[in-house]
Design a protein around this ligand. Structure first.
Ligand code: UD1
Ligand code: CA
Length: 494
Protein backbone atom coordinates (compact mmCIF):
# COMPACT_ATOMS: atom_id res chain seq x y z
CA UNK A 1 0.00 0.00 0.00
CA UNK A 2 1.12 3.52 -0.72
CA UNK A 3 2.79 5.11 2.23
CA UNK A 4 1.38 8.49 1.30
CA UNK A 5 -2.00 8.90 3.02
CA UNK A 6 -5.01 10.56 1.43
CA UNK A 7 -5.65 12.50 4.59
CA UNK A 8 -4.52 13.06 8.13
CA UNK A 9 -7.24 13.95 10.63
CA UNK A 10 -6.07 15.60 13.83
CA UNK A 11 -8.54 15.62 16.74
CA UNK A 12 -8.37 18.82 18.74
CA UNK A 13 -11.91 19.73 19.73
CA UNK A 14 -11.67 18.73 23.38
CA UNK A 15 -11.67 21.24 26.18
CA UNK A 16 -8.48 20.28 27.96
CA UNK A 17 -10.12 21.02 31.31
CA UNK A 18 -7.17 19.85 33.37
CA UNK A 19 -4.92 22.53 31.92
CA UNK A 20 -7.07 25.10 33.78
CA UNK A 21 -6.25 27.62 31.13
CA UNK A 22 -7.90 30.35 29.09
CA UNK A 23 -5.71 29.14 26.23
CA UNK A 24 -6.97 26.03 24.42
CA UNK A 25 -4.82 23.05 25.37
CA UNK A 26 -3.43 22.37 21.91
CA UNK A 27 -2.13 25.96 21.66
CA UNK A 28 0.18 25.66 24.65
CA UNK A 29 3.74 25.80 23.35
CA UNK A 30 6.78 23.67 23.91
CA UNK A 31 10.11 24.40 22.22
CA UNK A 32 8.58 27.37 20.44
CA UNK A 33 5.76 25.49 18.75
CA UNK A 34 2.19 24.75 19.84
CA UNK A 35 1.25 21.19 20.76
CA UNK A 36 -0.94 20.91 17.67
CA UNK A 37 1.84 22.54 15.63
CA UNK A 38 4.16 19.68 16.56
CA UNK A 39 1.55 17.13 15.50
CA UNK A 40 1.03 18.94 12.18
CA UNK A 41 4.79 18.92 11.64
CA UNK A 42 4.91 15.14 12.17
CA UNK A 43 1.89 14.70 9.88
CA UNK A 44 3.52 16.81 7.17
CA UNK A 45 6.37 14.29 7.11
CA UNK A 46 3.92 11.82 5.52
CA UNK A 47 3.11 14.26 2.70
CA UNK A 48 -0.63 13.63 2.94
CA UNK A 49 -2.96 15.13 0.37
CA UNK A 50 -5.07 16.77 3.07
CA UNK A 51 -4.69 17.60 6.73
CA UNK A 52 -7.87 18.36 8.65
CA UNK A 53 -7.90 19.58 12.22
CA UNK A 54 -11.16 19.02 14.12
CA UNK A 55 -11.75 22.06 16.34
CA UNK A 56 -14.37 22.78 18.97
CA UNK A 57 -13.46 24.34 22.30
CA UNK A 58 -11.64 27.63 21.78
CA UNK A 59 -12.10 27.15 18.06
CA UNK A 60 -11.59 30.83 17.17
CA UNK A 61 -8.18 30.86 18.78
CA UNK A 62 -7.23 27.50 17.30
CA UNK A 63 -8.38 28.44 13.79
CA UNK A 64 -6.55 31.76 13.96
CA UNK A 65 -3.38 30.02 15.12
CA UNK A 66 -3.56 27.41 12.38
CA UNK A 67 -4.09 30.07 9.71
CA UNK A 68 -0.86 31.61 10.92
CA UNK A 69 1.39 28.58 11.38
CA UNK A 70 -0.02 26.11 8.84
CA UNK A 71 -2.37 27.90 6.44
CA UNK A 72 -2.52 24.79 4.28
CA UNK A 73 -4.44 22.74 6.86
CA UNK A 74 -8.23 22.51 6.76
CA UNK A 75 -10.36 22.89 9.85
CA UNK A 76 -13.75 21.45 10.61
CA UNK A 77 -15.86 22.44 13.59
CA UNK A 78 -17.28 19.79 15.88
CA UNK A 79 -19.98 21.75 17.69
CA UNK A 80 -20.48 19.21 20.46
CA UNK A 81 -17.83 16.77 21.60
CA UNK A 82 -19.70 13.56 21.06
CA UNK A 83 -16.62 11.35 21.02
CA UNK A 84 -13.53 10.55 18.99
CA UNK A 85 -15.55 8.46 16.52
CA UNK A 86 -17.97 11.31 15.94
CA UNK A 87 -15.07 13.73 15.43
CA UNK A 88 -13.50 11.51 12.76
CA UNK A 89 -16.88 11.01 11.12
CA UNK A 90 -17.50 14.72 10.62
CA UNK A 91 -13.95 15.22 9.39
CA UNK A 92 -14.41 12.51 6.78
CA UNK A 93 -17.79 13.96 5.74
CA UNK A 94 -16.19 17.38 5.44
CA UNK A 95 -13.39 16.03 3.25
CA UNK A 96 -15.84 14.22 0.98
CA UNK A 97 -17.99 17.37 0.79
CA UNK A 98 -14.91 19.23 -0.39
CA UNK A 99 -14.51 16.66 -3.15
CA UNK A 100 -11.48 14.91 -1.66
CA UNK A 101 -10.80 11.49 -3.13
CA UNK A 102 -10.03 9.18 -0.28
CA UNK A 103 -8.73 6.15 -2.09
CA UNK A 104 -5.75 5.49 0.15
CA UNK A 105 -5.23 5.51 3.88
CA UNK A 106 -6.58 7.99 6.39
CA UNK A 107 -4.39 8.64 9.42
CA UNK A 108 -6.00 9.81 12.67
CA UNK A 109 -3.91 11.68 15.24
CA UNK A 110 -4.66 13.70 18.35
CA UNK A 111 -3.63 17.33 18.79
CA UNK A 112 -2.05 16.95 22.20
CA UNK A 113 0.86 14.55 21.50
CA UNK A 114 3.75 16.90 20.72
CA UNK A 115 6.47 14.24 20.94
CA UNK A 116 5.13 12.32 17.99
CA UNK A 117 7.75 12.17 15.24
CA UNK A 118 7.43 11.89 11.50
CA UNK A 119 9.64 8.80 11.66
CA UNK A 120 7.28 7.02 14.04
CA UNK A 121 4.37 7.82 11.75
CA UNK A 122 6.31 6.60 8.72
CA UNK A 123 7.04 3.39 10.62
CA UNK A 124 3.35 2.91 11.33
CA UNK A 125 2.46 3.48 7.67
CA UNK A 126 5.20 1.14 6.49
CA UNK A 127 3.64 -1.58 8.64
CA UNK A 128 0.11 -0.71 7.52
CA UNK A 129 -1.15 -3.47 5.22
CA UNK A 130 -4.67 -4.16 6.45
CA UNK A 131 -7.95 -2.42 7.27
CA UNK A 132 -6.40 -0.60 10.19
CA UNK A 133 -3.10 -0.21 12.00
CA UNK A 134 -3.18 1.03 15.57
CA UNK A 135 -0.12 2.75 16.97
CA UNK A 136 0.37 1.31 20.44
CA UNK A 137 2.92 1.47 23.23
CA UNK A 138 3.96 -0.74 26.07
CA UNK A 139 4.06 1.34 29.24
CA UNK A 140 4.76 0.64 32.90
CA UNK A 141 1.56 2.43 33.96
CA UNK A 142 -1.35 2.10 31.51
CA UNK A 143 -3.85 3.89 33.78
CA UNK A 144 -6.32 6.05 31.89
CA UNK A 145 -5.59 4.68 28.44
CA UNK A 146 -7.54 2.34 26.24
CA UNK A 147 -6.08 -1.19 26.42
CA UNK A 148 -5.10 -3.13 23.32
CA UNK A 149 -6.62 -6.59 23.34
CA UNK A 150 -4.51 -8.77 21.06
CA UNK A 151 -6.01 -11.59 19.01
CA UNK A 152 -4.40 -14.44 20.92
CA UNK A 153 -1.22 -14.40 22.95
CA UNK A 154 1.54 -11.91 22.14
CA UNK A 155 3.70 -11.58 20.16
CA UNK A 156 0.81 -11.49 17.80
CA UNK A 157 0.63 -8.78 15.17
CA UNK A 158 -3.11 -8.42 15.23
CA UNK A 159 -5.56 -6.69 17.51
CA UNK A 160 -9.00 -7.98 18.46
CA UNK A 161 -10.34 -4.84 20.07
CA UNK A 162 -9.56 -1.77 22.14
CA UNK A 163 -11.26 -1.42 25.48
CA UNK A 164 -11.50 1.91 27.26
CA UNK A 165 -10.38 1.80 30.87
CA UNK A 166 -13.84 2.74 32.14
CA UNK A 167 -15.35 -0.10 30.17
CA UNK A 168 -12.60 -2.65 30.84
CA UNK A 169 -12.74 -5.76 33.03
CA UNK A 170 -10.24 -6.15 35.86
CA UNK A 171 -8.28 -8.58 33.71
CA UNK A 172 -8.22 -6.21 30.72
CA UNK A 173 -6.98 -3.40 32.94
CA UNK A 174 -3.85 -5.42 33.62
CA UNK A 175 -2.87 -5.21 29.93
CA UNK A 176 0.15 -2.93 29.63
CA UNK A 177 -0.18 -2.24 25.92
CA UNK A 178 -2.08 0.96 25.38
CA UNK A 179 -3.85 2.62 22.49
CA UNK A 180 -2.03 5.80 21.44
CA UNK A 181 -5.20 7.14 19.85
CA UNK A 182 -3.35 7.22 16.52
CA UNK A 183 -4.23 4.99 13.61
CA UNK A 184 -4.00 4.40 9.89
CA UNK A 185 -7.25 3.22 8.29
CA UNK A 186 -8.31 2.23 4.84
CA UNK A 187 -10.65 5.11 4.09
CA UNK A 188 -13.64 3.22 2.74
CA UNK A 189 -13.65 0.69 5.57
CA UNK A 190 -13.30 3.47 8.12
CA UNK A 191 -16.30 5.34 6.71
CA UNK A 192 -18.39 2.21 6.74
CA UNK A 193 -17.52 1.29 10.34
CA UNK A 194 -18.06 4.86 11.61
CA UNK A 195 -21.62 4.65 10.33
CA UNK A 196 -22.22 1.71 12.67
CA UNK A 197 -20.87 3.25 15.89
CA UNK A 198 -23.15 3.30 18.89
CA UNK A 199 -22.92 5.19 22.16
CA UNK A 200 -23.49 2.29 24.53
CA UNK A 201 -20.46 2.85 26.77
CA UNK A 202 -19.48 4.48 30.04
CA UNK A 203 -19.25 7.96 28.50
CA UNK A 204 -22.20 7.72 26.11
CA UNK A 205 -19.89 8.77 23.27
CA UNK A 206 -19.10 7.49 19.80
CA UNK A 207 -15.76 5.82 20.41
CA UNK A 208 -13.33 5.66 17.53
CA UNK A 209 -11.82 2.68 19.31
CA UNK A 210 -14.98 0.68 18.64
CA UNK A 211 -14.13 0.84 14.93
CA UNK A 212 -11.38 -1.66 15.67
CA UNK A 213 -13.82 -4.22 17.12
CA UNK A 214 -16.29 -3.60 14.25
CA UNK A 215 -13.56 -4.21 11.67
CA UNK A 216 -12.32 -7.42 13.25
CA UNK A 217 -15.89 -8.69 13.73
CA UNK A 218 -16.53 -8.27 10.03
CA UNK A 219 -13.43 -10.31 9.25
CA UNK A 220 -10.85 -7.55 8.64
CA UNK A 221 -7.44 -7.58 10.18
CA UNK A 222 -6.20 -4.80 12.46
CA UNK A 223 -2.50 -4.55 13.05
CA UNK A 224 -1.01 -3.27 16.29
CA UNK A 225 2.22 -1.35 15.66
CA UNK A 226 4.25 -0.69 18.79
CA UNK A 227 5.85 2.77 18.80
CA UNK A 228 9.66 2.51 18.98
CA UNK A 229 9.69 5.02 21.83
CA UNK A 230 6.70 5.20 24.17
CA UNK A 231 7.43 8.91 24.69
CA UNK A 232 6.33 9.55 21.10
CA UNK A 233 2.69 9.00 21.98
CA UNK A 234 2.63 10.82 25.32
CA UNK A 235 -0.42 13.00 25.59
CA UNK A 236 -0.50 16.29 27.45
CA UNK A 237 -3.50 16.72 29.71
CA UNK A 238 -2.25 18.99 32.47
CA UNK A 239 0.60 21.36 33.26
CA UNK A 240 2.73 18.63 34.81
CA UNK A 241 2.56 16.57 31.64
CA UNK A 242 3.25 19.71 29.63
CA UNK A 243 6.47 20.21 31.60
CA UNK A 244 7.43 16.54 31.20
CA UNK A 245 6.88 16.67 27.46
CA UNK A 246 8.88 19.91 27.25
CA UNK A 247 11.79 18.30 29.10
CA UNK A 248 11.79 15.26 26.82
CA UNK A 249 11.67 17.50 23.76
CA UNK A 250 14.52 19.61 25.19
CA UNK A 251 16.66 16.50 25.68
CA UNK A 252 15.93 15.31 22.14
CA UNK A 253 16.76 18.68 20.62
CA UNK A 254 19.93 19.09 22.67
CA UNK A 255 21.13 15.59 21.85
CA UNK A 256 20.69 16.30 18.17
CA UNK A 257 22.71 19.54 18.39
CA UNK A 258 25.46 17.94 20.45
CA UNK A 259 25.75 15.23 17.81
CA UNK A 260 26.01 18.04 15.26
CA UNK A 261 28.99 19.58 17.05
CA UNK A 262 27.49 21.98 19.58
CA UNK A 263 29.01 21.99 23.09
CA UNK A 264 26.78 22.31 26.12
CA UNK A 265 28.19 22.57 29.61
CA UNK A 266 24.90 21.59 31.24
CA UNK A 267 22.36 20.41 28.65
CA UNK A 268 19.46 20.14 31.08
CA UNK A 269 19.58 23.90 31.59
CA UNK A 270 19.71 24.76 27.89
CA UNK A 271 16.41 25.26 26.05
CA UNK A 272 16.43 25.47 22.26
CA UNK A 273 13.35 26.08 20.15
CA UNK A 274 12.68 23.89 17.14
CA UNK A 275 13.45 26.65 14.62
CA UNK A 276 16.92 27.50 15.95
CA UNK A 277 19.95 26.94 13.68
CA UNK A 278 23.38 26.27 15.16
CA UNK A 279 26.72 25.71 13.46
CA UNK A 280 29.33 23.26 14.71
CA UNK A 281 31.57 24.63 17.47
CA UNK A 282 28.92 26.80 19.01
CA UNK A 283 29.21 26.62 22.81
CA UNK A 284 26.10 26.99 24.94
CA UNK A 285 26.78 27.67 28.59
CA UNK A 286 24.30 26.93 31.39
CA UNK A 287 20.94 28.69 31.52
CA UNK A 288 20.92 29.56 27.85
CA UNK A 289 17.53 29.87 26.16
CA UNK A 290 17.37 30.17 22.38
CA UNK A 291 13.95 31.04 21.06
CA UNK A 292 12.34 31.61 17.69
CA UNK A 293 14.39 31.37 14.50
CA UNK A 294 17.66 32.25 16.21
CA UNK A 295 20.79 31.42 14.18
CA UNK A 296 24.28 31.16 15.68
CA UNK A 297 27.51 30.80 13.72
CA UNK A 298 30.46 28.60 14.57
CA UNK A 299 32.76 29.43 17.46
CA UNK A 300 30.23 31.68 19.18
CA UNK A 301 29.89 31.28 22.94
CA UNK A 302 26.47 31.98 24.40
CA UNK A 303 25.72 32.27 28.10
CA UNK A 304 25.67 31.62 30.89
CA UNK A 305 22.32 33.13 31.66
CA UNK A 306 21.40 34.31 28.18
CA UNK A 307 18.10 34.45 26.32
CA UNK A 308 18.13 35.11 22.59
CA UNK A 309 14.80 35.53 20.82
CA UNK A 310 14.93 35.50 17.01
CA UNK A 311 18.53 36.73 16.93
CA UNK A 312 21.43 36.27 14.56
CA UNK A 313 24.87 35.77 16.09
CA UNK A 314 28.08 35.84 14.07
CA UNK A 315 31.08 33.56 14.26
CA UNK A 316 33.18 33.69 17.44
CA UNK A 317 30.94 36.22 19.15
CA UNK A 318 30.69 36.13 22.95
CA UNK A 319 27.29 36.78 24.50
CA UNK A 320 27.25 36.65 28.30
CA UNK A 321 24.27 37.18 30.64
CA UNK A 322 22.23 38.91 27.97
CA UNK A 323 18.61 39.26 26.95
CA UNK A 324 18.28 39.97 23.23
CA UNK A 325 15.35 39.97 20.86
CA UNK A 326 15.43 40.48 17.07
CA UNK A 327 19.04 41.61 17.35
CA UNK A 328 21.96 40.95 15.03
CA UNK A 329 25.33 40.38 16.69
CA UNK A 330 28.32 40.51 14.35
CA UNK A 331 31.30 38.19 14.02
CA UNK A 332 33.57 38.39 17.04
CA UNK A 333 31.30 40.89 18.79
CA UNK A 334 31.26 41.00 22.58
CA UNK A 335 28.02 41.39 24.45
CA UNK A 336 27.39 41.48 28.18
CA UNK A 337 27.31 40.78 30.94
CA UNK A 338 23.88 42.25 31.77
CA UNK A 339 23.07 43.66 28.36
CA UNK A 340 19.63 44.23 26.85
CA UNK A 341 19.42 44.21 23.07
CA UNK A 342 16.00 45.12 21.76
CA UNK A 343 14.53 44.72 18.29
CA UNK A 344 16.64 46.30 15.58
CA UNK A 345 19.89 46.33 17.54
CA UNK A 346 22.72 45.51 15.12
CA UNK A 347 26.29 45.11 16.26
CA UNK A 348 29.00 45.04 13.61
CA UNK A 349 32.00 42.74 13.53
CA UNK A 350 34.12 43.07 16.65
CA UNK A 351 31.69 45.57 18.17
CA UNK A 352 31.00 45.65 21.89
CA UNK A 353 27.92 46.22 24.02
CA UNK A 354 29.03 45.93 27.62
CA UNK A 355 27.57 45.86 31.09
CA UNK A 356 24.21 47.55 31.72
CA UNK A 357 23.85 48.68 28.13
CA UNK A 358 20.48 48.80 26.39
CA UNK A 359 20.35 49.14 22.61
CA UNK A 360 17.23 49.48 20.48
CA UNK A 361 16.76 50.00 16.73
CA UNK A 362 20.36 51.09 16.30
CA UNK A 363 23.44 49.98 14.45
CA UNK A 364 26.83 49.88 16.08
CA UNK A 365 29.59 49.85 13.44
CA UNK A 366 32.45 47.40 13.11
CA UNK A 367 34.79 47.66 16.07
CA UNK A 368 32.66 50.34 17.74
CA UNK A 369 32.12 50.07 21.47
CA UNK A 370 29.40 50.93 23.94
CA UNK A 371 31.16 49.48 26.95
CA UNK A 372 29.21 50.61 30.02
CA UNK A 373 25.88 51.78 31.40
CA UNK A 374 24.39 53.38 28.31
CA UNK A 375 21.10 53.65 26.43
CA UNK A 376 21.34 53.70 22.65
CA UNK A 377 18.02 54.20 20.85
CA UNK A 378 17.33 55.00 17.17
CA UNK A 379 20.97 55.64 16.36
CA UNK A 380 23.68 54.87 13.90
CA UNK A 381 27.16 54.58 15.35
CA UNK A 382 30.10 54.53 12.93
CA UNK A 383 33.05 52.14 12.85
CA UNK A 384 35.67 52.44 15.55
CA UNK A 385 33.66 54.87 17.62
CA UNK A 386 33.69 54.71 21.42
CA UNK A 387 30.68 55.75 23.45
CA UNK A 388 31.74 56.78 26.96
CA UNK A 389 30.18 55.25 30.05
CA UNK A 390 26.65 56.34 30.96
CA UNK A 391 25.85 57.99 27.66
CA UNK A 392 22.18 58.37 26.81
CA UNK A 393 20.87 58.73 23.29
CA UNK A 394 17.93 60.99 24.08
CA UNK A 395 15.63 59.80 21.31
CA UNK A 396 12.19 60.68 22.63
CA UNK A 397 10.80 64.18 22.99
CA UNK A 398 7.64 62.97 24.71
CA UNK A 399 5.80 62.60 21.41
CA UNK A 400 8.17 61.45 18.70
CA UNK A 401 11.32 59.41 18.35
CA UNK A 402 14.28 60.98 16.57
CA UNK A 403 17.52 59.59 15.16
CA UNK A 404 21.10 60.24 16.15
CA UNK A 405 23.98 59.70 13.76
CA UNK A 406 27.46 59.33 15.19
CA UNK A 407 30.29 59.11 12.65
CA UNK A 408 33.43 56.97 12.51
CA UNK A 409 36.15 57.04 15.16
CA UNK A 410 34.20 59.43 17.36
CA UNK A 411 34.93 59.66 21.09
CA UNK A 412 31.78 60.49 23.01
CA UNK A 413 32.72 61.56 26.55
CA UNK A 414 31.26 59.77 29.54
CA UNK A 415 27.84 60.83 30.77
CA UNK A 416 26.89 62.59 27.55
CA UNK A 417 23.29 63.24 26.56
CA UNK A 418 22.96 63.15 22.78
CA UNK A 419 19.64 64.88 22.16
CA UNK A 420 18.17 63.66 18.86
CA UNK A 421 17.90 64.59 16.11
CA UNK A 422 21.61 65.30 16.15
CA UNK A 423 24.68 64.34 14.16
CA UNK A 424 28.26 63.99 15.30
CA UNK A 425 30.82 64.11 12.50
CA UNK A 426 33.63 61.63 11.89
CA UNK A 427 36.52 61.85 14.29
CA UNK A 428 34.80 64.37 16.60
CA UNK A 429 35.04 64.36 20.40
CA UNK A 430 32.49 65.40 22.99
CA UNK A 431 33.44 66.47 26.49
CA UNK A 432 32.32 64.31 29.40
CA UNK A 433 29.01 65.40 30.88
CA UNK A 434 27.92 67.28 27.79
CA UNK A 435 24.36 67.72 26.64
CA UNK A 436 24.75 67.70 22.87
CA UNK A 437 21.83 69.40 21.19
CA UNK A 438 23.55 70.75 18.06
CA UNK A 439 25.38 68.92 15.30
CA UNK A 440 29.13 68.53 15.83
CA UNK A 441 31.34 68.96 12.76
CA UNK A 442 33.99 66.32 11.97
CA UNK A 443 37.06 66.61 14.15
CA UNK A 444 35.56 69.19 16.54
CA UNK A 445 35.49 68.95 20.34
CA UNK A 446 31.97 69.72 21.55
CA UNK A 447 31.61 71.02 25.09
CA UNK A 448 27.99 71.28 26.15
CA UNK A 449 28.11 71.87 29.89
CA UNK A 450 28.17 74.74 32.35
CA UNK A 451 31.58 75.88 33.55
CA UNK A 452 32.33 74.73 37.08
CA UNK A 453 32.40 77.32 39.89
CA UNK A 454 33.47 76.66 43.50
CA UNK A 455 31.71 78.56 46.28
CA UNK A 456 34.35 78.75 48.97
CA UNK A 457 33.35 77.96 52.58
CA UNK A 458 29.76 77.03 51.67
CA UNK A 459 29.71 73.86 53.81
CA UNK A 460 31.04 75.45 56.95
CA UNK A 461 28.47 78.24 56.64
CA UNK A 462 25.45 76.19 55.64
CA UNK A 463 26.10 72.83 57.39
CA UNK A 464 28.13 74.00 60.36
CA UNK A 465 27.53 70.94 62.60
CA UNK A 466 27.98 68.25 59.96
CA UNK A 467 30.76 65.71 59.56
CA UNK A 468 31.43 67.36 56.22
CA UNK A 469 31.98 70.71 57.92
CA UNK A 470 34.32 69.14 60.49
CA UNK A 471 36.36 67.41 57.78
CA UNK A 472 36.45 70.59 55.73
CA UNK A 473 37.64 72.54 58.77
CA UNK A 474 40.31 69.97 59.51
CA UNK A 475 41.48 70.14 55.91
CA UNK A 476 41.58 73.91 55.89
CA UNK A 477 43.30 73.99 59.30
CA UNK A 478 45.96 71.64 57.99
CA UNK A 479 46.46 73.66 54.83
CA UNK A 480 46.12 76.89 56.83
CA UNK A 481 48.93 75.66 59.11
CA UNK A 482 51.20 74.97 56.21
CA UNK A 483 50.20 78.30 54.70
CA UNK A 484 51.18 79.90 57.96
CA UNK A 485 54.48 78.09 57.93
CA UNK A 486 55.05 79.34 54.46
CA UNK A 487 53.94 82.84 55.53
CA UNK A 488 56.30 82.61 58.50
CA UNK A 489 59.07 81.58 56.19
CA UNK A 490 58.33 84.39 53.85
CA UNK A 491 58.13 86.75 56.79
CA UNK A 492 61.47 85.49 57.92
CA UNK A 493 62.88 85.85 54.44
CA UNK A 494 61.75 89.41 54.21
C1 UD1 B 1 -8.57 8.16 23.66
C2 UD1 B 1 -8.84 6.73 23.24
C3 UD1 B 1 -8.01 5.81 24.14
C4 UD1 B 1 -6.56 6.15 24.02
C5 UD1 B 1 -6.33 7.62 24.33
C6 UD1 B 1 -4.91 8.00 24.02
C7 UD1 B 1 -11.16 6.75 22.51
C8 UD1 B 1 -12.55 6.41 22.84
N1 UD1 B 1 -10.25 6.46 23.42
O1 UD1 B 1 -9.06 8.28 25.00
O2 UD1 B 1 -8.22 4.45 23.74
O3 UD1 B 1 -5.79 5.36 24.89
O4 UD1 B 1 -7.20 8.44 23.53
O5 UD1 B 1 -4.67 9.31 24.46
O6 UD1 B 1 -10.91 7.23 21.43
N2 UD1 B 1 -11.76 14.74 20.76
C9 UD1 B 1 -12.47 15.46 19.85
N3 UD1 B 1 -13.81 15.36 19.84
C10 UD1 B 1 -14.48 14.56 20.70
C11 UD1 B 1 -13.74 13.82 21.64
C12 UD1 B 1 -12.37 13.92 21.63
O7 UD1 B 1 -11.91 16.20 19.04
O8 UD1 B 1 -15.70 14.53 20.62
C13 UD1 B 1 -10.32 14.85 20.78
C14 UD1 B 1 -9.79 15.40 22.08
O9 UD1 B 1 -9.64 16.81 22.02
C15 UD1 B 1 -8.44 14.72 22.19
C16 UD1 B 1 -8.64 13.40 21.46
O10 UD1 B 1 -9.78 13.56 20.67
O11 UD1 B 1 -7.43 15.45 21.52
C17 UD1 B 1 -8.82 12.24 22.42
O12 UD1 B 1 -10.00 12.43 23.14
P1 UD1 B 1 -10.10 12.12 24.68
O13 UD1 B 1 -11.46 12.40 25.13
O14 UD1 B 1 -8.98 12.74 25.40
O15 UD1 B 1 -9.92 10.54 24.64
P2 UD1 B 1 -9.27 9.68 25.77
O16 UD1 B 1 -10.27 9.46 26.82
O17 UD1 B 1 -7.97 10.22 26.15
CA1 CA C 1 -6.84 12.23 26.23
Amino acid sequence: MSARPSAVIILAAGEGKRMKSAVPKVLHPIAGRSLVGHVIEAAAHLEPEHVVVVVGHGRDQVVEHLAEVAPWVLTVVQEEQRGTGHAVRIALEDLLARGAELNRSVVVLTGDTPLLTGETLSGMLAAHDSACTVLTAQVPDPTGYGRVVRAGEPPIDFVASIVEERDASAEQRRIDEINSGMYAFEAALLGEALGKLGTDNAQGEEYLTDVVGLLTESGHRVRGHIAPDADDIRGVNDRAQLAEAAAIMRDRINLRWMRDGVSMANPSSVWIDVDVELEPDVTLLPQTILRGPTAIAGGARIGPGTTLVSCEVGANADVIHTWAELAVIGDGAQVGPFTYLRPGAQLGAGAKAGAYVEIKNSSVGDGAKVPHLSYVGDAEIGEGTNIGAATVFVNYDGQNKHRTVVGKDVRVGSDSMLVAPVEIGDGAYTAAGSVITDDVPPGAMAVGRARQRNIAGWVERRRPDSDSARSARAASDASGASDRVREDDSVREE
